[in-house]
Every structure is written in structure tokens, then in C-alpha cells.
Design a protein around this ligand. Structure first.
Ligand SMILES: [Zn+2]
Length: 196
């Protein structure tokens, strides 16, 4: 059984792992977070949210065993993996979050029906990578087809960019909590569009 206070199920809740140098390394699902805690790998936790996981009954006391975790967990040791991560996986959900659900051509903001547009079309040699893709509404997508921006006389309303590791963490978690978001945003470079 899983609960926040006594109310909320948190099976999809992700915990933000920070290494002992203060570097955000990755998201952990609740099973991994509980395991890290039980193994003694969590130095401490912080954040406004606290989740209590109730396991089986303790044989001696007859009481439920519980593990309580904060939303941000500092693990012992320094993460080398995160610092090596240079490419953030390109998914539609991360892309639309990067582009704030705004069509790069007409500026309409949509929560449904956005598409991934290849700015230089694949048929004209454009690649499927962060710098050549943008959020695009279905109307603009149909009008653009396989034409280039020069063909159409269109301009991008914002420039695409490749997210760094911290930006990737912000983009990858669709159920991010406010305290986790604030922590990650505090570590972004000033020019990041996700910092605002
Ligand atoms: Zn549009």
C-alpha cells in the first residue's frame, strides 16, 4: 500500500535523486527510491512533499512497517553517469514541453493535437534531432507538408535548442512536483528558456 498522508496514491510519482555534490542525477520510481532508502543509500531528503509507503507487518511488533520519503533525495556518492549524459532522448512529450506547447509557426498554444515538425524536412536531408524539430499545430503541419521554410516564406517564432541534462530532467517528468521543478530550475543557466 502506498499513500501520501493517508490520501494519495503515488505509484507514478517520481523522486528526484541528487548526488552528494548537489548535482541532480536522475528520476527514480518509488520502487527504486524505497530500495535506496532501505539499503541506506539515502543521506537525507528535502522538499515539501512526503510520501509514506506501508509494507508488510513487522513480525515482532505486529505493526505495519513504513518508509517515508521526501520528494528530493540526496544519495551518498557522486554520480558520474549524469555528467556524461549529453543527449536527451527526443520524444514528442519532451519536445512539446520544451516548446511550451506553442506552434513554432503560428504561435497558437495547444495541449492536444500538436505534431513534431522537421524544420528542414526529412525528405530534404533534415535530421530527426533537437535542433531540427519544433512543436507544430496540425493546421500548420498540413500547410507546410514537405516544403522548406524558404519555399513558404515562413519564419520560426522561436529557435530550437538541444536541452542539457538538467533541462532534460525537467522535460522528462510529466508529473513533476513544484518543489522538484523549483530545485531543477535553480540550476539552469540563465539563458535557458525553461528557467522562467
Ligand atoms: Zn500553427
Amino acid at each position: 500500500m502506498i499513500r501520501e498522508g493517508a490520501r494519495m496514491t503515488v505509484t507514478n510519482q517520481l523522486f528526484l535523486a541528487i548526488d552528494s555534490a548537489g548535482f541532480p542525477s536522475r528520476w527514480m520510481d518509488w520502487q527504486e527510491a524505497v530500495t535506496q532508502e532501505v539499503l541506506g543509500k539515502v543521506a537525507y531528503g528535502f522538499g515539501e512533499h512526503e510520501f509514506t509507503f506501508v509494507g508488510g507487518k513487522n513480525r515482532d511488533s505486529g505493526l505495519d512497517s513504513t518508509v517515508t520519503l521526501k520528494s528530493i533525495l540526496v544519495l551518498h556518492g557522486v554520480s558520474k553517469l549524469a555528467k556524461r549524459r549529453t543527449t536527451i532522448p527526443l520524444t514528442n512529450s519532451s519536445l512539446f514541453r520544451r516548446d511550451r506547447n506553442m506552434c513554432a509557426y503560428c504561435g497558437s498554444i495547444q495541449t492536444r493535437g500538436l505534431t513534431r515538425d522537421h524544420i528542414v524536412p526529412l525528405s530534404k536531408g533534415g535530421g530527426n534531432h533537437w535542433l531540427n524539430v519544433c512543436a507544430c499545430c496540425s493546421d500548420c503541419n498540413v500547410r507546410k507538408g514537405a516544403q522548406s521554410l524558404e519555399d513558404l516564406g515562413w519564419q520560426l517564432l522561436y529557435l530550437p535548442y538541444a536541452p542539457n541534462h538538467q533541462e532534460g530532467l525537467l522535460l522528462e517528468n510529466r508529473k513533476i512536483l513544484f518543489d522538484q521543478m523549483e530545485f531543477l530550475r535553480s540550476m539552469l543557466p540563465k539563458h535557458s528558456r525553461l528557467a522562467a
